[in-house]
Design a protein around this ligand. Structure first.
Ligand SMILES: [Zn+2]
Length: 230
């Protein structure tokens, strides 16, 4: 579906033939019509009205700028690495919200059957006090605007979570609930976009929608020392 938004760069065509990511895993989720062959020509997997949840991530990879992606957004033969990230949207450090795959497709990511996955480019830490790369104000503004525009377009969205809260990795005894619990999306993204959406858009964070696990939110992710004045 088309999403009305001032921050979206629509690159669905360029990403549509990709079914395998740069890491060698499937981009589309189990049960997706596009799994194994890409979205080109495939019908969607779900109506948008079934979407309940937004899941925020960081790529833990390169600080990709949108203005560095020079191939045409409709070039179906593009192999830019951004087109091979298993997400519906990627937020670049210069504040583009790149629409990679239609929200009616299921990604092979934590959002699953009822979710939209948003990946922020870059590697951000979860230390007690901020250090290392910081999320840029442009990326924060783009992420907030995208979430607001998605909620306006799809009123069934009621929840937003960090990946670590809803990861499917089984909890082992006496251990943290999995490898992403503290790290994805990390406090710079969660505090400045996720918690902003909780207070400004009244999205729910503590409880998860049906179909999702709930490991709770890591206190390292909700650490307000990472709050930025944006
Ligand atoms: Zn993640």
């Amino acid at each position: 579906m088309d999403i009305r938004s001032s921050v979206i760069r629509d690159r669905r065509a360029a990403a549509s033939d990709e079914s395998i990511s740069v890491a060698g895993s499937q981009i589309f989720g189990r049960g997706s019509h596009a799994r194994g062959r890409g979205a080109a020509g495939a019908t969607g997997d779900r109506p948008a009205q079934q979407i309940t949840t937004i899941v925020l991530h960081q790529t833990a990879g390169a600080m990709i700028r949108g203005d560095s992606i020079v191939s045409v957004d409709s070039a179906i033969t593009s192999h830019h690495r951004v087109d091979r990230i298993a997400a519906h949207f990627v937020i670049t450090v210069d504040g583009q919200a790149i629409y990679l795959r239609d929200v009616e497709f299921i990604m092979n990511n934590a959002g699953g059957r009822r979710g939209i996955d948003i990946e922020f480019c870059g590697r951000y830490r979860n230390s007690p006090t901020p250090e290392g790369n910081r999320l840029t104000p442009e990326a924060i503004r783009a992420g907030r605007q995208l979430v607001a525009d998605l909620v306006a377009a799809i009123p069934t969205i009621r929840h937003i979570h960090p990946h670590g809260q809803v990861q499917s990795t089984p909890a082992s005894h006496d251990e943290e609930p999995g490898p992403k619990y503290h790290s994805c999306c990390g406090p710079d993204v969660w505090v400045n976009v996720g918690m902003w959406a909780e207070s400004s858009l009244r999205l729910l964070t503590a409880d998860t929608a049906p179909g999702y696990p709930n490991h709770g939110i890591s206190p390292r992710q909700s650490n307000v020392a990472w709050r930025q004045e944006v």
